[in-house]
Design a binder for this molecule. Structure first.
Ligand code: PEP
Ligand code: MN
Length: 351
């Protein structure tokens, strides 16, 4: 349920209302807006047992949240969430590009790549130290040694680091080094892991599942948020479809759809979708053109020696080319379009 407060409702009224709801034993989430504050009450209408919500001080409207995801929904939190990673802003119209190798291999490579992607305009460095590989006989990641290499690259460049966490047992180690924790496609519905991540005070990049729907993606975000961590960045990395020409298929329409349904930032991972270097940049461009808040993209200085995903790694010069193209891109603005759509005089022109 949500309570939309009156325009200009006083702080006193807002506090009285919140306290009353808490006294009734319900959890509250507060979303102060430019004009109106929205108070979210966690729980279904039936849980609220006919409480006189509309008579609470300062309340203008009582609405039911129709979506199964509550904290992640735009109804609950009308303003865009901006996730702040050591000063790098993700969401709310800020462009954030994260780049780096699929897996951390050698310290020299990671440092070289961190410097190169930074020079081209990347704001964060990615790199896997715990790798989810299809075969148990392939490189599984350097684990804590890899995290240390990322930390050295951060010390050299100042770029915050994004790295994947696969298991509850590695939380403490990954937490120590990461600025953003990545939850990959394979763990997108690992609910016990999501709940543990929800207890941390660290931003999360949550990818969609291998064959996950958009709603499942939002429900996974809800798992994290329900434990208190609201700093969730959704990442579209494509799903497996009947199309075999590319590794995975990203439906870029989901960007404006998600922007309507959720306040969380949405970024695109074109690398794991395209799967091959020549198609990564065009898909990255499409994602940014449709209004995504950013990219997470794989770059390697010597793809043929990369220990994972070399086929889809951009070279630093490809990354530079893409970034300069993005500088000249005017992205679609869905909010502006919605405003335009409201102003139209008629849906039907009779001639
Ligand atoms: C990765 O980012 O290297 C990765 C394994 O991604 P995904 O979980 O999307 O497959
Ligand atoms: Mn990869």
């Amino acid at each position: 349920m949500i309570l939309v407060m009156k325009v200009g409702a006083s702080e006193e009224d807002i506090n009285k209302t919140i306290n009353q709801i808490k006294e009734w034993g319900h959890e509250v989430s507060l979303a102060p807006g430019e004009k109106q504050t929205v108070i979210g009450i966690i729980g279904e209408k039936s849980d609220l047992g006919g409480r006189p919500l509309s008579t609470l001080p300062g309340v203008a409207k009582v609405l039911e949240v129709s979506a199964a995801y509550k904290r992640a929904s735009r109804e609950f939190h009308p303003e865009d969430t901006i996730v702040d990673v050591n000063g790098v802003k993700v969401g709310g119209g800020n462009r954030c590009v994260i780049a780096g190798p699929c897996s951390v291999d050698k310290l020299e490579n990671v440092i070289y790549l961190a410097k190169k992607v930074k020079e081209s305009g990347a704001q964060m460095l990615r790199g896997g130290a715990y790798k989810p590989r299809t075969s148990p006989y392939t490189f599984q990641g350097h684990e804590e040694e890899g995290l240390k290499m990322l930390a050295e690259a951060r010390a050299e460049t100042g770029l915050p680091i994004v790295t994947e966490l696969m298991s509850i047992s590695d939380i403490d180690t990954v937490y120590k080094y990461a600025d953003v924790i990545q939850i990959g496609a394979r763990n997108s519905q690992n609910f016990p892991l999501l709940k543990e991540i929800g207890k941390l005070d660290k931003p999360v990049i949550l990818k969609n599942g291998i064959a996950g729907t958009m709603k499942e993606h939002l429900m996974s975000a809800e798992y994290i948020m329900s434990e208190g961590n609201e700093n969730v960045i959704l990442c579209l990395r494509g799903t497996r479809t009947y199309e075999t020409a590319v590794r995975n298929t990203i439906d870029v329409t989901l960007v404006p759809v998600l922007q309507q349904l959720t306040h969380l930032p949405v970024i695109i991972d074109p690398s794991h979708a395209a799967g091959k270097r020549p198609f990564v940049s065009s898909l990255a461009y499409a994602g940014m053109a449709v209004g995504a808040d950013g990219l997470i993209i794989e770059v390697h200085n010597c793809p043929k020696e990369a220990l994972s995903d070399g086929d889809q790694a951009l070279l630093p010069r490809d990354f530079e080319y893409l970034m300069r193209k993005l500088d000249n891109l005017t992205a679609w603005n869905q909010k502006e379009w919605v405003e335009f759509d409201k102003q139209k005089e008629t849906d039907c022109i009779k001639v």
